[in-house]
Design a protein around this ligand. Structure first.
Ligand SMILES: NC(=O)C1=CN([C@@H]2O[C@H](COP(=O)(O)OP(=O)(O)OC[C@H]3O[C@@H](n4cnc5c(N)ncnc54)[C@H](OP(=O)(O)O)[C@@H]3O)[C@@H](O)[C@H]2O)C=CC1
Ligand SMILES: O=C(CO)COP(=O)(O)O
Length: 352
């Protein structure tokens, strides 16, 4: 990730028109935020009933029931109509649908519109970072940005104070996206480390399962704090190995989101862990949550990255094995507690 492509926003630089793709909880919350800031905002979703309810009744009854959405927010199931005349595209479909969404938007995107995403995770199967996926589908001169940080959709939709961060190789585009999100109840910071920002957003979901499992097993607050701290260390170690910046992971994209999802019961990934720790099956827990739980695929993809870079991640690999390797949470706990005793930082901050 080097060099800074120049980028000068076209269209209405003060209030760019925004197309938000993905009408789940996070896409709806971000679209509502941006519409409240006075931007022409169109939300695209594939489910006609949900889209009709957002456009007509100003509510997303499936994903954000009872939360009033701005009258000015438009919603459509027609992707071409959503993208028509937009100055900025914000993709908020889940990671398993990210490449499909990018392929669909590519021929319809107005030539000057940059593409940002608030999706967290990797491309399932390949383990590619989402900026690599986007860069492989869109022309080289399209500015790209990732929007990430501690932000539960329900709280943003309800107008509660939130801070997140926008990372891009194109600083002017990061600024444009941040300006669009920034407002009276929302602080949007900027950075230039897409690798670190995407890694943090993906890994915190896996670590939230670990703390959820511990809490579901009633292991206590000491265990929770230990897991968060050693989990942060795993994020930092892999981040250094892949070339991300330390400060990105010590900020909103890393520590901030880790604390939120490891401790907040609004987190679907934490709730999956809680259910597993209480003895529920993965299938039942996922059915009950009824929304995207990114950690299930992300755990595999983080370990793929870790293996590629020769980095040991005991907590992450234990979560992966609880989710996919057939070990029970109790076996996972025994495995972590039986690890050899050693200095906290045997080879400096990022030793394992
Ligand atoms: N919710 C949150 O608080 C936050 C979420 N995120 C991230 O945002 C991303 C989206 O999650 P979120 O909105 O919460 O998920 P939800 O479960 O709330 O909604 C998922 C949405 O994605 C849609 N969808 C699923 N597959 C496709 C597809 N192939 N093409 C188009 N749309 C599709 C669903 O449509 P349908 O209803 O038709 O199935 C639904 O509208 C995730 O990566 C998540 O990690 C990031 C920060 C906060
Ligand atoms: O990313 C999130 C908050 O920043 C949402 O977390 P969950 O996907 O675990 O609900």
């Amino acid at each position: 990730m080097s060099g800074h492509p120049t980028y000068t926003p076209d269209g209405d630089a003060a209030r760019p028109a925004v197309a938000v793709l993905g009408a789940g909880s996070w896409g709806t919350a971000l679209a509502a935020l941006i519409a409240r800031h006075g931007h022409r905002t169109v939300l695209w979703g594939r489910d006609r009933d949900t889209v009709a309810a957002i456009d007509g009744r100003h509510e997303n009854p499936r994903y954000l029931p009872g939360i009033p959405l701005p009258d000015t927010l438009r919603a459509t199931p027609d992707l071409a109509a959503a993208l028509d005349g937009c100055d900025l595209v914000l993709v908020v479909t889940p990671s398993h649908a990210f490449a499909e969404t990018l392929h669909a938007l590519a021929p319809l995107r107005p030539a000057h519109a940059g593409v940002a995403w608030a999706t967290k995770g990797f491309e399932p199967g390949s383990g590619r970072f989402l900026h690599e996926v986007a860069g492989g589908i869109l022309p080289d001169d399209v500015p790209l940005a990732v929007v990430t940080g501690p932000s539960f959709a329900k709280e943003v939709a309800a107008g509660l104070p939130t801070a997140l961060t926008v990372h891009s190789d194109t600083p002017a585009f990061a600024q444009q996206v941040a300006d669009t999100l920034h407002g009276p109840a929302f602080r949007a910071y900027t950075g230039e480390d897409m690798l670190g920002a995407e890694l943090g957003g993906a890994m915190k979901n896996v670590l939230a399962v670990a703390t959820g499992v511990a809490d579901g097993m009633d292991l206590g607050l000491n265990a929770r704090a230990g897991l968060i701290t050693r989990g942060l260390n795993e994020m930092l170690r892999l981040n250094v190995a892949i070339g991300g910046k330390v400060e990105t992971l010590m900020g909103l994209a890393g520590l901030g989101d880790l604390v939120l999802t490891c401790t907040g019961d609004l987190s679907r990934n934490r709730r999956l862990g809680l259910a597993l720790g209480r003895g529920q099956s993965i299938a039942d827990a996922v059915r009950e949550i009824g929304q995207v739980v990114e950690s299930i695929q992300t755990a595999d993809e983080v370990m793929r990255q870790a293996d590629r870079h020769g980095v040991e991640l005991p907590i992450t690999s234990t979560v992966r094995d609880v989710l996919h390797g057939g070990i029970t949470p109790a076996e996972g706990l025994r495995r972590l507690m039986a690890r050899e005793q050693k200095p906290e930082y045997p080879t400096g901050l990022f030793g394992d």
